[in-house]
Every structure is written in structure tokens, then in C-alpha cells.
Design a protein. Sequence first.
Length: 80
Amino acid sequence: MKSLTTSAHLEPDTTSSVTVFSPTDHGGRFVSLRIGGGDVDLALIAQPGTADVLRALARAADEAASALDQMTGPASDGDA
């Protein structure tokens, strides 16, 4: 991955989309994964051969979602 570090807060209305780009005279095929929908968009460009990176990202996102679910679940005060 080429390096850029930034942060943005996800909001309940954050959207995501996938666009598949066909080969052109200027380059090969690639996929764009865009996340945003507000003032800030994040676009990840993935070329053939990088599918495993996107799968790892999806697993990490699922892990983060599970952690959020645990944070918003019933509070455990040790009395159960």
C-alpha cells in the first residue's frame, strides 16, 4: 500500500460502493471501493492480484463491528 494516514468518523449514514473499471488505453482493470457520502470520501483502488488484501480488510471491519456490538450490548455489572 502506498502510504497516507488520515482519519474520519463513520456516521450512521455513511455509504459504500464498488465500481469495476474496465481496461483502457491508459491502464489495466481495477476496482474502486469508495466509503463516504459526506464531506469526506475514501477511495481504495485495487488491482488484480490484491483480492486477498480486500478480504483481510473485510475481516478487520467485521472484527471492528463485533467490538462495537459488544460496546453497545447489555451492560454487564458482574451481578449476573
